[in-house]
Ligand binder design. Structure first.
Ligand code: PHE
Ligand code: ZN
Length: 881
């Protein structure tokens, strides 16, 4: 165990290293039990460092075999090596010297999946953020950029494929059935982008010719037999490469681009230079095994990792506090890519739902932190929705404020100025200021201040004066260690919607800067007065979710229904209906807690039904409009003293009310949406399936009959329809023979495909019933469950803890204990995944007292364990603080 597990790293302590490592030569003698790593580092003292200072290299659990300095074996007092450090107190005084370091690793015993490990007999690496130090001693920080040459030696039969970053330069046979390959990456890169893969894999090959005519060889590597399931990923890769040229003027810069799917991976994927490594969940897809959501995720993540080549790799982070520099920006880029490939409004609604579901609770709870944090104890715990998703929203707001052209000019300047550098958020913002001549100082608070800003709105129309006035008040709630907040620059896109649904013109505006349909809120309070407004408008505000805030105001139900029908901004149409549903669920939850049966306004239920039938709208949009807010959405709005059972009961009641009212309409729509053509994973087809599957749940509930779902399950020719039908059966008809039969049919059909069986785990783990806790204990005994495989853990336990509010928060605390037991079991071999699972407890303080006490007890029990990993201790202590 580390001795420094309580140490806090602070942004203000950043200091350049005295030494650089311009060149690295690595040799790997691969063996699953014992691998020898030889690292030759060319070390250089920085120009401005006068005295010879100690050289301290990072390690993590390393075992040093030998060390030579400038070719001479080092002995005795020349150095000091521990598993976590290699200190050379008096390095040579020459400006440049060489270190030869030999370490021994045990890849097959590495279950933390950081550094070099073995997954299904394939050697692979994961070095972000601090995994390289588990391979060799190094200045393992992102501002140390080196040119790498990598030689890999391995048994030829076990590992015919030998890959690393950059371009291949040499390969050949060795004695004893072994062989080797040498790779050279000419682009200086930080150690976290190093990668190696060696094993026996199948490949899909293709090529891409860049805008300037350079031909790039592309390879997607998967387990033998899975090649056909990699075709979509290859296609998405080529589309990503073209898109980055067209939208951002960014070309690829090596002769090869390889992408490997592995089955044990802590995260989604990793952007290693020229050698992206993926969780196989985000590569493998075909009609029979992947849902439309899987296809969309694959496209987005392939794009994301590819786009990192410029935003992350060519220009990287100075230190890990700047993580959002690459992640927020690259998420923004992948969002734009998906929006261009699919439906922009549908994509935007999905993004906002995701942000509210994952980032808002983080920002509103004990783990809140700025998009650019100022301190951390374990950087692994900062790969968060705030850094990624809010980070993307912040970039999006820069575009909203600057406009498309100035935004692009800022991006171009950023690439031109900083290519080859490791930079900060300040550098990023400066590029936009310089390109646009704007002052973004107040705006920059979005990076520095945690918490979701709140904007309160009220408005009035003066018929005599023909003026319309909006009162706007901003506030930012306190967050841990930031009790006083400064005023933010909040860009609110808006429209004054007239009776015909068109935006109304106005003569003049005072009280705030208003440009291109955006009100720039910069003060605590603005009274924004529009003159020359001929009739009372309906205010549409925060269109397109232009700012990631919460809003309150006294908009009437009639106005919301009007916007749901007529707003020219599709996001706002969706939002208006969604807000009405949320308000209805809040009041229904109060009714249920009062012991009564909830009732719902017929105009709301009617609006949902007529929206479903509105052919002028794309099916994917209608599917989203008909999807009720989730139980956690309602919980978030309630905010305190939450009773998950009451929310569940209220939501089912609204589902049933809509189902009964819409029965005939939904029946006809459902039948009409059926498609006899073979499955295509395109956005239009996915939209039709999405609508049909939303309707299926309503149809099954209308008659409280599993038959429609059973029929769809049996007839399905694709995973989207099959999984949707199984979900309806499991969620609403779990006790029936139909549900049991479908679950076992699914299990039998995919018994040999762990990735697909994850869906079976997931569907059962999300059944919102108290009995799910007991079922979970038995599913964990299933032969295909494995505590060391992160995908299995996420599918079963992650889904239960994060996607099943009712069962996780069982009043007797049994759900909490189940998750806590798993966290502790994971902790022993994979602290990173354990810590992430533990964040499921983050909203514990907002529960009603009984559950709050149970949750606190369980959390304190975890905290009491001795020798907790730094990852888990950090999360648990902050959650309890
Ligand atoms: N950098 C990866 C991404 O966002 C995420 C990641 C972080 C993967 C840490 C592995 C480990 O694309
Ligand atoms: Zn990323």
């Amino acid at each position: 165990m580390r001795t420094d597990s309580g140490q806090i790293f602070r942004l203000e302590d950043y200091r350049e290293s005295d030494y650089l490592i311009p060149e690295v030569e690595l040799t790997f003698l691969l063996d699953p039990q014992e691998t020898l790593v030889r690292a030759r580092l060319i070390v250089e003292r920085r120009e401005n460092v006068a005295a010879v200072t100690a050289l301290e290299l990072d390690g993590d659990g390393l075992n040093l075999s030998s060390l030579a300095i400038d070719g001479t074996p080092a002995t005795g007092t020349a150095f000091e090596a521990t598993p976590d450090r290699l200190i050379i107190a008096r390095p040579p005084s020459a400006k440049r010297f060489t270190l030869d370091i030999e370490t021994r690793l045990q890849p097959s015993r590495n279950k933390a999946l950081m550094g070099l490990y073995v997954s299904s007999d394939v050697f692979c690496t994961q070095c972000e953020a601090e995994g390289f130090r588990r391979i060799t001693y190094f200045l393992d920080r992102p501002d140390i950029l080196s040119v790498y040459t990598v030689r890999i030696e391995a048994d030829k039969k076990a590992a015919p494929l030998l890959l690393s970053n950059g371009n291949p330069v040499e390969s050949g046979k060795l004695d004893g059935g072994r062989h080797f390959a040498v790779w050279h990456d000419p682009h200086p890169k930080p150690s976290y982008l190093f990668a190696l893969v060696a094993g026996d894999l199948g490949v899909v090959s293709d090529s891409f010719t860049t805008a300037s005519g350079r031909k790039v060889a592309l390879g997607v590597y998967v387990e033998h037999g899975n090649e056909t399931r990699a075709a979509y990923a290859m296609d998405a890769l080529k589309r990503s490469m073209r898109w980055d040229e067209e939208r951002f003027g960014r070309e690829y810069d090596l002769d090869v681009f390889n992408l490997v799917a592995v089955s044990d991976f802590n995260m989604g994927a990793m952007e290693n230079k020229g050698l992206n490594i993926f969780n196989d969940k985000y590569v493998l897809a075909d009609a029979d095994t992947a849902t439309d959501l899987d296809f969309a995720n694959i496209e987005a993540i392939i794009g994301h990792e590819y786009f990192h080549n410029w935003t992350g790799n060519r220009i990287t982070c100075r230190d890990w506090f700047q993580l959002c520099l690459k992640e927020g920006l690259t998420v923004f880029r992948d969002h734009e890519f998906s929006a261009d490939q699919r439906s922009r409004p549908v994509k935007r609604i999905a993004e906002v739902r995701g942000l509210r579901a994952h980032q808002f609770p983080e920002d509103q709870g004990p783990l809140a932190h700025p998009v650019r944090p100022r301190r951390y104890r374990e950087i692994n715990n900062f790969y968060t929705a705030t850094v990624y998703e809010k980070g993307s929203e912040v970039v999006r707001m820069i575009r909203t404020i600057l406009g498309e052209d100035a935004f692009r000019a800022g991006m171009d300047l950023y690439f031109e100025r900083h290519d080859g550098q490791a930079v900060t958020i300040e550098d990023f913002i400066k590029a936009f200021e310089d390109a646009s001549d704007r002052d973004l100082a107040q705006f920059a608070l979005w990076y520095h201040q945690a918490g979701t800003p709140h904007v309160a709105i009220s408005s009035r129309y003066d018929a005599g004066e023909k003026s319309f006035t909006i009162e706007i008040e901003q506030s930012v709630p306190p967050t841990p260690s930031e009790s006083r907040k400064r005023l933010m620059h909040i860009p609110l896109a808006f429209g004054l919607v007239g009776a015909d649904g068109q935006d109304m013109a106005f003569d003049a505006v005072e009280g705030a800067v208003v440009e291109d349909g955006v009100i720039h809120v910069r003060k605590r309070h603005h009274s924004v007065r529009f003159t020359g407004v001929p009739a009372r408008p309906v205010l549409s505000i925060n269109r397109g979710f232009s700012a990631p805030i919460t809003l309150s105001g006294e908009t009437s139900t009639d106005d919301r229904l009007f916007l749901a029908r007529h707003d020219s901004d599709p996001f706002s149409r969706w939002q208006s209906l969604n807000t009405l549903f949320t308000e209805a669920l809040l009041s229904a939850t109060r009714t249920v807690r009062g012991g009564d049966e909830p009732l719902f306004a017929s105009e709301l239920v009617g609006a949902a039904v007529s929206l479903a039938a509105n052919d002028a709208l794309e099916p994917a949009f209608r599917a989203l409009a008909l999807t009720l807010p989730g139980e956690p959405d309602v919980a978030r709005e309630i905010g305190a003293n939450i009773d998950p059972d009451a929310i569940h009961t209220a939501r089912i009641a609204l589902l049933k009310a809509i189902a009964r009212e819409g029965r005939a309409t939904f029946d006809a729509l459902y039948a009409g949406l059926h498609d006899n053509a073979p499955f295509m994973p395109d956005a239009a087809g996915a939209g039709r399936r999405a609508l049909r599957n939303v309707l299926l749940e309503y149809l099954a509930l209308a008659d409280e009959n599993p038959a429609p779902a059973k029929r769809q399950f049996d007839a399905a020719d694709n995973m989207t329809d099959r999984a949707a039908a199984l979900t309806v059966l499991a969620n609403h008809f779990g006790e029936t023979q139909e549900a049991r039969a479908a679950l076992s049919a699914f299990e039998a059909r995919y018994a040999d495909d762990p990735l697909v069986l994850d869906k079976w785990f997931q569907i059962q783990a999300s059944v919102p019933a108290p009995e799910t806790v007991a079922l979970m204990r038995s599913l964990m005994e299933h032969p295909h469950f494995s505590i060391t495989n992160p995908n299995r853990v996420r599918a079963l336990i992650g889904t239960f803890a994060m996607g099943n509010q009712r069962a996780f928060h069982s009043a007797d605390g049994s759900g909490y204990r189940l998750v806590a037991d798993t966290v502790l079991a994971l902790e022993a071999h994979n602290p990173q995944v354990a810590a992430r699972l533990a964040t499921a407890f983050r909203s514990w303080r907002s529960l009603e007292t009984g559950r709050r006490d149970e949750a606190r007890r369980v959390l304190s029990d975890i905290a009491k364990h001795e020798n907790l990993s730094r990852d888990l201790a950090d999360i648990v202590e902050r959650t309890l603080a």
